[in-house]
Design a protein around this ligand. Structure first.
Ligand SMILES: [Zn+2]
Length: 286
């Protein structure tokens, strides 16, 4: 086991380490995933829009509340970096960290994509995942992580001393600027930590460092979401391709991704409502 200090462990170190872990949040109290509702709604879908994301670029899409969308692999293994915003308020956006804390390091069918404080409500629910079979592999890797942040030109500059303009961060920034008619710097301030769609990642067992390995995704695979509120999404086809070797460069083989938007049958969501804003008073004790 790696240690980072030269201090001596106390005599009761083993006992201190052996206390039982407790799941941090009482997740049994989360709103239940109503599989019957979503399964009935997704049984009869009408395709209403398709967006193709070119390699090393991002594209935006809009999904009305109560609709579904799928992100699919179409020509070869490819990772996608996803951002989500409330279509009427860009300050309410996907909260990768709390999604991780409430669900797990990697998400799949039944998990929600939560929004930032003070909203903290489901932006979307994952309703199907053809990679749901993957689970966790012998390296501790899984797919669709909410632990990575996105490749970005600042970290690239820090590590390599060069400028690369097609990192997911820049791709998402350009796409959001075009979608909303924002200056680049304003759009950049809304770009946030992503859901790493199809990416296979984990932490090394010895040093607990973030690792990636070639994605198991193949053409025909898709992950499907239900929009709980009106959404703007942006998806970048990462310059890392399947992220089996490197990113932040034009070296990896990259492929497009497709985004398909679906409308369910008219009466399929009877009784369903968009989740309300979080009910906390925001008084903070004052
Ligand atoms: Zn990337």
């Amino acid at each position: 086991m790696a240690t980072r200090t030269n201090v001596t462990a106390p005599a009761d170190a083993a006992a201190r380490r052996a206390v039982r872990p407790v799941i941090c949040y009482e997740v049994d109290h989360l709103p239940r995933y109503d599989a019957a509702l979503y399964d009935a709604a997704r049984a009869n879908l009408t395709l209403i829009d398709t967006v193709i994301v070119p390699p090393r670029e991002a594209r935006t899409f809009r999904v009305p509340a109560g609709h579904f969308w799928r992100i699919a692999s179409i020509e070869g293994p490819q990772v996608g970096d996803l951002n989500l915003w409330n279509a009427h308020d860009l300050t309410e956006r996907f909260f990768s960290g709390k999604t991780r804390a409430l669900h797990a390091t990697h998400v799949t069918t039944g998990d929600r994509l939560w929004s930032t404080l003070p909203h903290l409500r489901p932006l979307a629910t994952i309703t199907h995942d053809t990679l749901g079979w993957y689970g966790f592999d012998a390296d501790g890797g899984g797919v669709h992580d909410v632990i990575g942040t996105r490749c970005d030109p600042y970290t690239n500059r820090l590590l390599k001393g060069t400028d690369y303009h097609h990192c997911c961060h820049s791709n998402l920034t350009r796409a959001l600027a075009a979608e909303c008619g924002l200056p680049l710097d304003a759009a950049e301030s809304h770009v946030h930590d992503v859901l790493n769609v199809f990416m296979c990642t984990g932490f090394t067992r010895d040093t607990h460092q973030y690792f990636m390995k070639a994605s198991p995704v193949r053409p025909g695979d898709f992950i499907e979401f239900f929009a709980e509120i009106d959404l703007i999404g942006a998806l970048s086809a990462c310059p890392g391709g399947d992220c089996g070797a490197q990113h932040s460069a034009d070296v990896a083989q990259c492929h497009p991704l497709s985004i398909e938007i679906f409308r369910p049958a008219e009466d399929a969501l009877a009784g369903w409502h968009s989740p309300p804003q979080n009910a906390y008073s925001r008084s903070h004790g004052t």
